[in-house]
Design a protein around this ligand. Structure first.
Ligand code: SF4
Length: 220
């Protein structure tokens, strides 16, 4: 009986303690029909128990045997999503002005840039990002470590949100930002967070320092 996740294969041990789930990286959950067919074909070929759409906008292939994992990845020709480990786990973004009629900012363009730069980056603690194209907040920026919400006047930047055992609503630290300003601010926040020696998530770091001191340190 298997006992643990196989980090190097991006495989998470399932409840049966025998089979694994993998989740290819699909930025923003935007997937072509060909890619979707390939995922389905590979799942069928290797007798997966299920395909599961995840909260991180991935499609997990669930119930694979350990001996098939290398072949599955090689046939998929996709990279694993950073579903585990202390790193930037996910950058969740909504359709924004690319597809959504309510969109006020281009959350897809910004989300893709952040994903390309930060997805999987190792950090002291786990980090999630969310980008929404309007105040409806479909990608839940208020409960992400770094949340970015579009308004008619630009982006609002929110920090330190999380769900889980001790939910925390993010602090709003800046409003009416351009895409470029958001990226500059996120760079600074990540650099500051990298210098932390504990595994505390961003919200705990903010609570320990106080939001004003945090803003001063990061230059917000
Ligand atoms: S947050 Fe706004 S722009 Fe994004 S999907 Fe929801 S309604 Fe559309």
């Amino acid at each position: 009986m298997a006992e643990k996740d196989l980090l190097e294969k991006g495989a998470i041990l399932q409840r049966d303690k025998e089979t694994y789930a993998i989740a290819p990286h699909i930025p923003g959950g935007i997937v072509s029909a060909d890619m979707l067919k390939k995922i389905a074909d590979v799942a069928e070929k290797y007798d997966a128990q299920a395909l599961k759409v995840t909260s991180s906008q991935r499609i997990a292939i669930v119930g694979l045997n350990e001996e098939d994992l290398d072949d599955v990845w090689s046939e998929l020709e996709m990279q694993p999503g950073a579903a585990i480990g202390v790193c930037v786990r996910s950058v969740k973004f909504c359709p924004g002005t690319t597809f959504c009629k309510r969109g006020q900012q281009d959350s897809v363009a910004l989300g893709l840039k952040l994903d390309e730069k930060y997805h999987g980056m190792e950090l002291p603690g786990k980090m999630k990002m969310g980008v929404a194209g309007c105040m409806n907040s479909c990608s839940e920026p208020a409960v992400k470590d770094i949340g970015i919400m579009g308004t008619s006047k630009g982006y609002t930047l929110m920090l330190g949100g999380s769900a889980g055992l001790k939910p925390r609503i993010a602090n709003t630290v800046a409003t009416e930002l351009s895409e470029e300003e958001v990226i500059q601010y996120v760079d600074r926040i990540i650099e500051f967070y990298k210098s932390q020696t504990s595994k505390k998530r961003l919200g705990q770091v903010i609570d320990n320092m106080g939001i004003e001191k945090f803003k001063e340190e990061v230059g917000l």
